[in-house]
Design a protein around this ligand. Structure first.
Ligand SMILES: [Fe+2]
Length: 306
């Protein structure tokens, strides 16, 4: 079956803008002018991405999203909004079903990148569903392509985290959660635009808020793919801090799952021993150990650091 991008918009402009982007690819565009028409297309064809335009009135967006999800659970949804149109975007974003916004009038390059990311996310969810170990690892590596500074990061994090896990005599299941969680911990970065991911220097507040969404988005992908709770929670909580000042949930101490606390230590260790866009300096093993020790009790679990 040929994959379909379904556009719910009265206006043909967005369809016309998307056509040339997919002219050379095996992807069909379909436009629907009502929810009923959209559901018919979903029943008939393999829809991979839904672009939600002005067809659905704002109060009906959450229920429409649920109906679309019930027929096409893995289709990635993008919301098309006017820049000042909070009445549409807030309920849709709060539903947790929207992958990305496209703001009218769109920049062609932003539109292209957003659609590319959406198609990639759809592939990731499908691949995770049938995942064997090789697939999970290669998905982790795929995100490194988007962020060249992190080349080899997933493998190194898995290596360090498993060393800690084995030293603590964790069960085979816990070690598996650590391995898979390490490979996939940053997979939510598919949702983060490249200009934010590769920004040199300190991000401003709104951009940092977008970057901070990556654990939530990654966990959502893993949840959609029915991965085990231990893996989902490792992805979701790998940026929590031991003192409760981390994100996304602000969990504190032992409330943070052990597997996530271990992956956090490994993630920090790798970050300070490799070059990053925001920092030229690379620390030696001894310097890194001192930095890790100084983070015990604030960022990191002091028992693990010991
Ligand atoms: Fe991360």
């Amino acid at each position: 079956m040929i994959p379909v991008i379904l556009i719910l918009d009265q206006d043909v402009k967005i369809t016309e803008a998307l056509s040339p982007l997919f002219a050379d690819e095996d992807i069909r565009l379909r436009r629907a002018e009502s929810l009923k028409q959209a559901l018919e297309v979903l029943h008939r064809e393999m829809v991979v991405t839904i672009v939600l335009g002005d067809v659905i009135p704002p109060p009906d967006i959450p229920s429409a999203l649920m109906r679309l999800k019930s027929v096409a659970p893995y289709a990635v949804k993008i919301l098309l909004v006017h820049s000042n149109d909070l009445t549409r975007s807030v309920p849709a974003l709060n539903s947790g079903e929207i992958f990305r916004l496209i703001v009218r009038p769109w920049e062609p390059e932003t539109l292209r990148q957003t659609m590319k990311d959406a198609l990639y996310r759809h592939e990731v969810v499908l691949a995770l569903k049938e995942a064997d170990e090789a697939t999970l690892r290669s998905l982790g590596q795929a995100i490194e392509l988007k962020d060249p500074y992190t080349k080899g990061h997933c493998d190194r994090v898995a290596g360090f985290a498993l060393l800690i896990g084995k030293a603590l005599h964790l069960t085979p299941d816990q070690l598996m959660h650590i391995r898979h969680g390490s490979w996939l911990h940053d997979c939510g970065k598919i949702g983060v635009p490249e200009n934010i991911l590769n920004f040199k220097g300190e991000l401003d507040h709104p951009d940092f808020e977008v970057l901070k969404m990556h654990p939530t988005w990654g966990a959502e992908v893993a949840r959609q793919a029915n991965l085990q709770a231990g893996v989902i929670n490792t992805i979701l909580h790998h940026h929590e801090r031991y003192d409760g000042l981390g994100y996304p949930s602000g969990l504190k101490g032992d409330d943070i799952p052990l597997e996530a606390r271990i992956v956090t230590v490994a993630d920090v260790y790798d970050a300070i021993t490799t070059r990053r866009p925001y920092r030229e300096q690379v620390y030696s093993l001894n310097e890194a150990m001192d930095i890790i020790a100084s983070m015990a009790g604030t960022f990191l679990d002091p028992d693990l650091v010991r």
